[in-house]
Write a protein that binds this ligand. Structure first.
Ligand SMILES: Nc1ncnc2c1ncn2[C@@H]1O[C@H](COP(=O)(O)OP(=O)(O)O)[C@@H](O)[C@H]1O
Ligand SMILES: [Mg+2]
Length: 405
């Protein structure tokens, strides 16, 4: 899938944009704060329904406007065209409209994954260095891109946590009656879907760890040992690993070669464990008026030679690990969807040394790529590898206008 046209209305500093782009490398260059990243962000948002820069959709609406619209036209290798449409309205009432070929997508899971993209941006460093929420977002978006079931699972989890929190909040202030039956209902349901979610996350974390370690080795000459592990606040991962190891089925579990019966058994064990954790924190949760544990608080640990990278690594090591993780994401998406996603490279070459640049470029052959940079001469060397003989297109960005060269 590659994008042929991008059109924007009231997105960031663009009042209007209607731009035809090329199937190979598209380079957006210009001074700072002109609107280069905003174009890449718009493509990412319209494909993945999430921004790499912000969690607040309202921030992307052009100041003074009530909503933004993004429309992308994408084409597959057989020439079949698809139109993706993402509109977010803030006033008078918050509303998001997603459409594929003018038909509204009833569920986000129908929409995400139609045109996949992977973004490489300075913000990637947050995956290694930042708060757990950055790592959760990274892992969640990766799995969402390849699994509609996971998209729905995340929706159900969020909805259930909100319901549970609303009850806990009421229970905190209303001493006149017990809320245990209502909480039992949501805890039971949440434990069940959380177990399913944890299985997804565990499998993808294992895959990430394997692929990221390989890319990390290529970039850093195999001198350090990068490991990614899933850590669940409810301790569920330990229960899972103990079961897998006792039954000697770790490999089958990760490669999905388990019987349905075995899968259901594992899910039931995890779900029972989570439920017991919910039960033992109930009193505390009612006192606080909010649930204190759940998959919405889980994290992934990124370690180098056994030491947590967030606390112990240098900025250079963190940058290499972030790049290795993103290359692992790209590899997983290619593997699952058997297509090359659209690649978005926001200002990345200026921050990488030659070795990292080579590593990046060598995985990206034959892809449609959008690159932003302040000076087009910065990427001259990489360009011939990236385009593989096809023509690169240049766009000069200044003050929210884009001129195609
Ligand atoms: N919601 C918004 N409304 C209007 N302008 C915005 C909004 N968000 C960001 N901007 C402005 O858009 C401009 C372009 O930002 P950006 O795309 O990040 O620039 P670049 O990548 O070229 O450095 C900046 O001047 C920024 O302040
Ligand atoms: Mg920028």
């Amino acid at each position: 899938m590659f994008i042929t046209n991008i059109s924007l209305n009231d997105f960031r500093n663009y009042e209007r944009l209607d731009l035809d782009v090329g199937p190979s490398v598209n380079i957006f260059y210009g001074d700072n704060a002109q609107g280069k990243t905003s174009i890449i962000e718009a493509v990412y948002v319209a494909c993945c329904v999430a921004s790499h820069r912000t969690n607040k959709d309202s921030e992307m609406i052009r100041l003074g406007s009530d909503g933004y619209k993004i429309k992308l036209i994408a084409e597959d290798n057989d020439g079949y065209k698809t139109e993706l449409y993402d509109e977010y309205i803030e006033k008078p009432r918050q509303k998001r409209i997603l459409k594929q070929d003018s038909i509204e997508s009833r569920r986000i899971s129908d929409y995400i994954g139609v045109c996949n993209t992977v973004i490489f941006a300075p913000e990637d460093l947050n995956i290694v260095k930042g708060a757990p929420s950055y790592r959760r977002k990274f892992l969640n978006t990766l799995i969402m891109k390849v699994s509609p079931t996971y998209v729905n699972l995340i929706g159900s989890i969020n909805h259930s946590i909100n319901q549970k929190n609303a009850i806990l909040k009421t229970a905190k202030f209303d001493q006149t009656r017990k809320y245990d039956a209502d909480l039992d209902y949501w805890d039971f349901y949440l434990a069940d879907i959380s177990a399913e979610l944890i299985i997804y996350r565990y499998r993808f974390t294992q895959m990430l760890s394997e692929y990221a370690a390989k890319h990390h080795g290529d970039i850093s000459d195999n001198s350090e040992d990068l490991k990614i592990t899933y850590s669940s606040i409810t301790g569920t991962v330990s229960v899972l690993e103990a079961y897998l190891s006792e039954n000697n089925i770790s490999n089958e579990f990760i490669t999905r070669n388990l019987s349905q019966g075995n899968y259901e058994r594992i899910k039931a064990i995890l779900s029972k464990h989570i439920l017991s954790k919910f039960r033992s924190s109930r009193e505390y949760d009612i006192e606080k008026g909010v649930s204190s544990i759940g998959v919405n608080k889980d994290d992934i640990d990124i370690s180098l030679n056994g030491l947590s990278m967030r606390s112990f690594s240098s900025q250079g090591q963190q940058r290499t690990a972030a790049l290795a993780l993103k290359l692992a994401e790209l590899e997983i998406i290619c593997k699952y969807t058997t297509t090359m996603p659209v690649l978005l490279l926001d200002d990345v070459f200026s921050e990488l040394d030659l070795k990292r640049r080579v590593s990046l470029v060598s995985t990206m052959k034959n892809a449609q790529i959008f690159i932003t940079c302040t000076d087009k001469s910065f990427i001259a060397e990489e360009l011939s590898t990236l385009t593989e003989g096809k023509t690169a297109r240049y766009f000069k960005v200044s003050c929210g206008t884009v001129i195609s060269e």
